[in-house]
Design a binder for this molecule. Sequence first.
Ligand code: ACO
Length: 446
Amino acid sequence: AKNVGILAMEIYFPPTCVQQKLSFRIESKGKYTIGLGQDCMTFCTDVEDVISMSLTAVTSLLEKYKIDPKQIGRLEVGSETVIDKSKSIKTFLMQIFEKSGNTDIEGVDSSNACYGGTAALFNCVNWVESSSWDGRYGLVVCTDSAVYAEGPARPTGGAAAIAMLIGPDAPIAFESKFRGSHMSHVYDFYKPNLASEYPVVDGKLSQTCYLMALDTCYKYFCHKYEKLEGKQFSLSDADYTVFHSPYNKLVQKSFARLVFNDFTRNASSVDDTTKEKLAPFSTLTGDETYQSRDLEKVSQQVSKALYDTKVQPTTLIPKQVGNMYTASLYAAFASLIHNKSSELAGKRVILFSYGSGLTSTMFSLQLHEGRHPFSLSNITTVMNVAGKLKSRHEFSPEKFVETMKLMEHRYGAKDFVTSKDCSLLSPGTYYLTEVDSMYRRFCKEG
Ligand code: ACO
């Protein structure tokens, strides 16, 4: 199989959101919008969860691209939202396929913080490229509800599900040879308390781990590219760079960090002004570079124009919806398709996936216009990002906090019915109706 990659995409996020500017703590105005770079945050109310969201995304993808469920041969889910310690989310999604008599579908869930979706995606791409491929499509689902306890991390929540159809001759093709990974044992963000949906998070450490992982992945990525292509790689070889986006400020810092990497690697693409401005920092040790506020500021300044062209178009959904954990990177990528659809053919996109704990990979995609229904323009139409963002309903911060309290109560609980209020959900959205005395969950299509 040639040009294996993403043939089709669909994104779903709950219509319920809270404006960051309303702020959860009135005294810190501007902290979330300017400080974190976030505009709005989406969340699940009691009628939605990672299962209902992924049922919605998968059903919609199959319908809108007219894919017969029998044509799916592998289904992989990435998620870090634990509904059950044994039963995979994938098995819930089998309801869709059993209906059409297809139970011959490989794959289960992958989990490691925000990286599970990338692991799932690689599994599907590798399967289509392998000798065990049976000619059918792979399907990847990234689904998460990111919620934090009250405190500084709370405004960095979000929720979404993304479905991606995988196969050959894709408009979004993998350059599988160019991949750089960095995996390591750290406690930056983890979920040891199985009775709570909230993570334990060392915010500052997680930021440094993210940037260190980015540097290391970029180093390996460049090294592999250079070995295979016989020439240096620099940011000028990537038309767009897409980052896992816990909040936009970290994405700004990450891109600046890549520019600093190009500077230290003496890349020919780095202009004289940038060289001059960054020169004072060339003697810092690796560790010092992560601590230097001046370097952070100056590298962001010198990379601003490049950020605007190579990164800004990828930031729409993450800024509007928040951190979607496994779906975050792919929602950023979906933003790029939404914003630049008609200009993307022939472009190379570099993606950086990060999951705390930690696992991370940088990889490369080559874009082609493709052929209907698997074309960039049709993906843009199907995803209807602007329409979905526009039809959301804003909650007050108080109402949001109230919802979080109810969800805390419901997490891991049994024997309850939800409000079954699907008045805010658009037609065709799945919603949770009940969890019975045996913890069995029931969803309905609205
Ligand atoms: N106006 C404008 N900017 C402000 C204001 C204000 N009123 N107040 C603060 N800021 C700025 C700060 O200067 C800082 O900017 P800087 O990063 O450029 O220095 C920024 O807002 C954040 O403020 P801090 O006080 O540094 O951090 P805070 O205590 O708010 O915590 C954090 C932020 C660590 C990101 C927290 O939200 C968190 O822990 N989130 C979850 C962890 C996370 O997402 N980690 C990323 C990788 S792991 C993952 O994906 C889950």
